[in-house]
Design a protein around this ligand. Structure first.
Ligand SMILES: Nc1ncnc2c1ncn2[C@@H]1O[C@H](COP(=O)(O)OP(=O)(O)OP(=O)(O)O)[C@@H](O)[C@H]1O
Length: 247
């Protein structure tokens, strides 16, 4: 049984069915990617998993508990962290302060800007651990605004880890990155797998085929294929969906 499962998940926007009766199961500790042509419904599906959009019908279960229609904050508290959406980098704070704010928010059940972010040693220690995990410990005192694009995205992952999740939802983690940065991000995602379950949306096929345990292919709101990368790559309906450019 997957750590995250959907059944019959559907979203209509007026006359458009963006996500149509989707059943997925995301295995614990593995890397699952969600791919599909433009307009296939990937963002809409992600938004429903993370609570940013209420489904028209269907169910989302996390660790066997129904989370359908909960707020993004409630879903995050249950252990689903969406990087690049729930948390954002505060450009005017240092790298360490950013993570301390997020750790503090988890311990105090909300954001509190009136308490100095460095005032609790245990928050700092926890924040440093997260920075080590994403390879940013040596940048702890730099202003977040001065980080490279790739490092900023790693910091965003550290912020997502700060809420203590089991499942990480990553929106195009390598978008806009240089080849070197992409390789670092792939290593990071690989390191995180096992301890965390990862579901990510990605357009870059090299990345998808390289690191996914399972690939889910969405077209016109429906899952048309799912399985290991080699199997999905060889699937005729997937090749048609991409070559035909049909959304
Ligand atoms: N808020 C909205 N109102 C109306 N239609 C929407 C809305 N959001 C998405 N859609 C439609 O739903 C369908 C799926 O869109 P979605 O953005 O989920 O696809 P996607 O796979 O993420 O695409 P892309 O790869 O281009 O980001 C599209 O036809 C889109 O036009």
């Amino acid at each position: 049984m997957g750590v995250l499962e959907t059944s019959g998940l559907t979203k209509h926007f007026g006359g458009v069915t963006a996500v149509d009766d989707v059943d997925i199961s995301v295995p614990r500790g593995e890397i699952t990617s969600l791919i599909g042509p433009n307009g296939a419904g990937k963002t809409t599906l992600f938004n429903m998993l993370a609570g940013a959009l209420e489904p028209s019908s269907g169910v989302v279960r996390f660790r066997d508990e129904e989370i359908t229609g909960l707020t993004p904050e409630a879903i995050a508290r249950k252990g689903v962290a969406r990087s690049f959406q729930i948390t954002n980098v505060f450009e005017g704070l240092s790298v360490l302060e950013n993570v301390c704010v997020a750790v503090q928010a988890r311990h105090r059940g909300g954001w509190n800007f009136y308490q100095h972010v460095d005032s609790r040693d245990d928050y700092t220690e926890e924040a440093l651990e997260m920075l080590s995990t994403v390879g940013l410990a040596s940048e702890r005192d730099r202003l977040a605004s001065s980080l490279s694009h790739g490092d900023k995205r790693s910091l965003e992952i550290a912020l997502a880890l700060a809420i203590g999740p089991e499942l990480l939802l990553l929106d195009e983690p390598a978008a806009g990155m240089s080849q070197v940065e992409i390789e670092e991000m792939l290593d990071l995602i690989d390191d995180l797998a096992g301890e965390y379950t990862i579901l990510f949306v990605e357009h870059n096929m090299d990345i998808v085929m390289n690191i996914s345990d399972t690939v889910l292919v969405l077209q016109n709101g429906s899952i048309i294929a799912s399985g290991p990368p080699s199997e999905v790559q060889a699937d005729e309906s997937v090749q048609e969906a991409y070559l035909g450019g049909v959304a």
